[in-house]
Design a protein around this ligand. Structure first.
Ligand code: NAP
Length: 323
């Protein structure tokens, strides 16, 4: 079957290991099923895999892709929850120490077909296209958990979202506004700041600029480039929720004195549970919001999509489609 996969890894030139071509049909273990992929969204995770982060070289070649929407074995439209926990695990799937995402241990979703545990297949929510649904399981689910589970934010609270254009960041802006929060965003780019306001930010500022008021929480996916500003933007007792480090994980200054003196909380967040996925869909349904798609590109042109993601010149999700 046709697939987009990592054949090799290179930290400095990740796209050199990207291959498009024929791969074997996925193995379907007991309790698993096959989904025919129609749409799959690109995540920074796919670039990390090509760089050699989170995907050991001995698992190559590996079909990339965490998210998928398509048809189940009976032809019903479905989406795939990407967090694969061990069969005996009970409770929050993200806390299973042996959990993985599709494309880490098991072949990913950038292919004609993907094998997943039956319990990871979710009926397509009403009113969502397959392209929109393909944005939900990673970026939008991560944003939901960051804001409401890990951040504990509620209507009337204030939040700063760093790096307005990213898949997780755009989701954070839309969801935070939908839930009645005061939303600030930053971006290095004026056009993205304008778009951040259009999708729900009350105000958007150049990266690093002082905010008009300290916030209850910061949603951080950029890491090194924005860490100091994130810490400085929090009110005493505020929370920095981090799920990614696009600009790098090594900090010049971790701002430890600020953290203890202002009693800040630094909280990690990864993906989300199936129950959170259902709550995310309910929130979108109740508020009429839809995942924000930057562009839809045929999977056969996946290289072009990866180049856009790598350049950072995006606003929302890039979705790969298959007929
Ligand atoms: N833990 C999890 O479960 C999980 C799930 C999803 C994503 N992630 C991680 O979260 C991060 C975000 O992923 P993503 O797919 O949403 O999008 P992404 O492609 O990493 O985000 C792009 C955005 O990052 C900002 N950015 C990049 N480099 C920057 C720099 N040097 N300085 C300031 N801003 C910079 C840009 O914002 P502006 O151009 O607007 O300034 C850009 O719009 C990734 O590191 C990803 O691995 C983690």
């Amino acid at each position: 079957m046709f697939a987009v996969y990592a054949a090799s890894q290179d930290w400095d030139d990740p796209l050199s290991g990207l291959e498009l071509g024929d791969r074997p049909e996925p193995a379907v273990p007991e309790g698993w099923t096959t989904v025919t992929v129609r749409a799959a969204s690109l995540n920074h995770h796919d670039l990390w895999s090509l760089k050699g982060q989170g995907l050991p070289a001995d698992r190559l070649p590996m079909i990339l892709g965490c998210d998928a929407a398509g048809l189940d074995e009976d032809g019903r439209p479905v989406l795939v929850h990407s967090v694969i926990s061990t069969p005996a695990w009970v409770g929050d799937e993200t806390l299973d120490p042996k959990r993985s995402l599709l494309s880490e241990r098991h072949q990913g979703t950038f292919a004609e077909r993907v094998a997943v545990p039956r319990s990871n297949v979710v009926a397509l929510p009403e009113g969502f296209s397959l392209e929109e649904a393909a944005c939900l399981p990673t970026a939008w689910l991560t944003a939901y958990r960051m804001l409401f589970t890990q951040g504990g934010l509620k209507a009337g609270d204030s939040v700063l979202v760093q790096g307005a254009g990213g898949g997780v960041a755009t989701a954070c802006i839309v969801l935070a506004r939908a839930a009645g929060l005061r939303v600030y965003a930053t971006s290095r780019d004026e056009e993205k700041r304008a778009r951040a306001r259009e999708i729900g930010a009350h105000e958007a500022f150049p990266s690093g600029e002082r905010l008009p008021a300290k916030v209850d929480a910061v949603m951080e996916t950029i890491g090194r480039a924005t860490w100091e500003h994130s810490i400085r933007s929090l009110r005493p007792g505020g929370a920095l929720v981090i799920s990614g480090t696009t600009s790098g994980p090594k900090l010049d200054d971790a701002m430890l004195t600020h953290i203890f003196f202002l009693q800040l909380r630094v909280i990690g967040s990864t993906m989300g549970t199936r129950a959170e996925l259902a709550s995310l869909v309910s929130l979108l349904d109740a508020t009429g919001h839809k995942p924000l798609i930057d562009s839809t590109i045929p999977m056969t042109d996946a290289r072009q999509a990866f180049e856009r993601l790598e350049s950072g010149d995006i606003f929302g999700k890039i979705v790969l489609t298959l007929d």
